[in-house]
Design a protein. Structure first.
Length: 218
């Protein structure tokens, strides 16, 4: 049995095959994921990402990213230090948050592979349209938890999966670099594993609050 790459449980089964790919479902966290034997290569991923035209000065892209930035800014204290994790070739969100008065670092394994960015801790971390690309999401969430200061917030934006009947024709599934798909329940499951508080302020956005050492999780 193939373990779930998100929660590591072995409660998985084959869900369906689409376009030559096999998709599995975890019954514990309800994630859907591509068979690990069918993950794209790093070269094919890089080639696909280079097709993206996500410029920091593009007003439409900024409007898209505001779906995450607005609820995040609503809960962030001033003068905090953040990491845009998986920022891609055009780190627009980092620019937007710097304009709002926050200090930012960037990390992306393909475009901003600065390992020193992974050696500190941050008051908040953003992942916009990133977690669906994780080949080993359990390891990535462990890393993000380590990078996040107690009391900090991990802000994620990704299209939540809903209806299995629509999965085969879902535009999000058709991206060859999207290999894991989350439901609201998936993030609530992860929150329970890590001791995070989970809030879903709007569609396809989740805020995960790490417990402060001095304050019990309510």
């Amino acid at each position: 049995m193939i373990p779930c790459p998100v929660c590591k449980q072995t409660t998985t089964h084959h869900l369906m095959q689409c376009d030559g790919r096999d998709y599995l479902r975890c019954e514990s966290c309800l994630a859907t994921f591509v068979d690990p034997e069918q993950l794209p290569s790093q070269d094919s991923e890089r080639s696909h990402y280079q097709l993206h035209d996500n410029r920091p000065d593009d007003p439409n892209y900024r409007r898209f990213l505001s779906r995450l930035s607005e609820p995040l800014l609503a809960v962030l204290p001033s003068a905090q230090y953040g990491l845009d994790y998986g920022c891609g070739p055009g780190p627009a969100l980092g620019v937007m948050l710097e304009e709002a008065g926050y200090r930012m670092r960037l990390y992306d394994p393909f475009f901003y592979a600065d390992e020193t960015a992974l050696q500190g801790q941050y008051d908040f971390i953003t992942c916009t349209e990133v977690v669906e690309h994780f080949h080993r999401p359990a390891e990535q969430f462990e890393r993000l938890n380590t990078l996040l200061k107690p009391g900090g917030v991990l802000a994620i934006m990704t299209c939540f999966q809903t209806d299995d009947a629509r999965f085969a024709n879902w535009h999000y599934r058709r991206d060859p670099t999207h290999v894991v798909f989350y439901r609201e329940e998936t993030f609530r499951y992860l929150a329970s594993q890590f001791g995070w508080r989970c809030e879903i302020p709007c569609k396809d956005v989740v805020l995960l609050f790490k417990q402060d050492i001095d304050q019990p999780l309510s």
